[in-house]
Design a protein around this ligand. Structure first.
Ligand SMILES: *Cc1c(COP(=O)(O)O)cnc(C)c1O
Length: 408
């Protein structure tokens, strides 16, 4: 029999969302009349913008005509999209990038999960706790950790606690690590790093020769203009940071699939002899070997998100979800909950009442309000005693959910 990758067996058995699914299904079976409102999974609900759909239709028709048919595209992404990204996402923030520093992909989950492949198996990693589970799990699979303890913490990972006392924004650790994952605005806490805080991280990375892996999937939700939108707004970041972006949460591309990585030419790791090697070169090699490009209609659709009409439609969606977030946050605060975030992110992070464990509160909310959220403990040990509610929902359902929670 073929030997398996044993590291997979270290992964915590019940991944968060399947477990939520099981509990909700069990509840629905015994309460068929209950109208359950799901504010659990972070998936958008509003339909794809009209201008994006129209562009995608035209792209499909081009593929249907002999004169305009296209086969494989450039693996790194079409020029028209990479140029639009640089011009609309970075230049307005004063960030200069060259379009060949952008690698278009089919989404950020793959990118943020795959990036670790170009680093040594002994690379020491640091992750915020709690955070998007992909960073930790992909490093476990790669064999960079020992087993997990009872709180779900893996041996060998440096956890960066995100607590009320630090505003859910960790400072650099005392020890030296090779890779640091940062997520801002953060999923699940909704916290956004300030200019000063990111400056500290860049200084840390340059001092220790670490690489910052900066996930900005929710950047479009940042309303406060003084907050950095890109890690490259920080001086020196071009030498030590990689950034991840996605069209999923802004343009509603969770089902369409498109994202990108930014790797400036200056960012280097070192080889066995201690000599610097450009990470751009390594990722280009990996990307072109393992990926054949996002589909043409998808890239045309993504570029349409930067047209005047596209930007207005994307903006409308972001405003809609942020209004949902406001309704949830204010409703819960009035009901006596300790609720955080939801102003620059589509998530509300709340402290469970009376010191309940995250899963206890999950069951309580499901059974008594018929509302589904996400237990904070599923995002890391420091998420225990917290709970995430997503603002991705239809307005009437959001209002109803808040009403029910208030009556608890
Ligand atoms: C949703 C999300 C992504 C985006 O994933 P896609 O694969 O692009 O849909 C990336 N990072 C975080 C933290 C997310 O929550």
């Amino acid at each position: 029999m073929a030997r398996i990758n044993d590291h997979y067996l270290k992964l915590a058995a019940g991944y968060l969302f399947p477990e939520i699914g099981r509990r909700v299904a069990r509840f629905q079976e015994s309460h068929p009349q209950a109208k359950v409102i799901r504010l659990g999974i972070g998936d958008v609900v509003l339909p794809l913008p009209e201008s994006i759909r129209a562009a995608m239709h035209r792209a499909i028709d081009e593929l249907g005509r002999e004169e305009t048919f296209r086969g494989y595209g450039p693996e790194q992404g079409y020029d028209f999209l990479r140029k639009a990204i640089v011009e609309h996402e970075f230049e307005p923030r004063g960030v200069e990038l060259s379009s060949d520093e952008i690698f278009v992909s089919d989404g950020s989950k793959c990118d943020s999960g795959n990036i670790q492949e170009i680093f040594d198996v002994h690379a020491r990693i640091a992750v915020p706790d709690p955070v998007y589970p992909v960073y930790v799990d992909t490093n476990v699979m790669a064999g960079r950790t020992g087993p997990a303890d009872s709180a779900g913490r893996y041996e060998g990972i440096t956890y960066l606690p995100c607590t009320q006392s630090n505003g859910f924004k960790p400072s650099p650790p005392d020890e030296s690590v090779d890779l640091v994952y940062l997520c801002s605005p953060n999923n699940p806490t909704g916290a956004v790093f300030s200019q000063a805080e990111l400056t500290q991280w860049v200084a840390y990375a340059r001092q220790h020769g670490s690489i910052l892996l900066f996930d900005a999937a929710y950047v479009d939700y940042i309303q406060d203009d003084s907050l950095p939108h890109s890690i490259y707004e920080i001086e020196g970041a071009r030498e030590c940071a990689i950034e991840f972006r996605s069209f999923s949460k802004s343009a509603g591309f969770t089902g369409v699939r498109c994202g990108y990585i930014v790797i400036p030419k200056e960012v280097c790791g070192r080889n066995a002899a201690g000599e610097p090697v450009e990470l751009h070169r390594l990722w280009a090699r990996r990307h072109t070997t393992k990926f054949n490009g996002a589909s043409y209609p998808v890239q045309v659709g993504a570029a349409a998100a930067f047209s005047d009409a596209g930007r207005a439609e994307v903006r409308e969606r972001v405003v809609y979800y942020l209004e949902n977030a406001r309704i949830i946050r204010e409703g819960l605060t009035e009901a006596g909950f300790n609720a955080f975030a939801g102003t620059n992110a589509p998530y509300i992070w709340l402290e469970t009442p009376n010191g309940q464990k995250s899963w206890e509160f999950f069951d309580h909310l499901l059974e008594n309000a018929h509302v589904v959220g996400t237990p904070g403990s599923g995002f890391g040990a420091c998420g225990e005693g917290y709970f995430r509610l997503s603002a991705f929902g239809k307005r009437d359902r959001i209002e109803e959910a808040v009403e029910r929670i208030r009556k608890l």
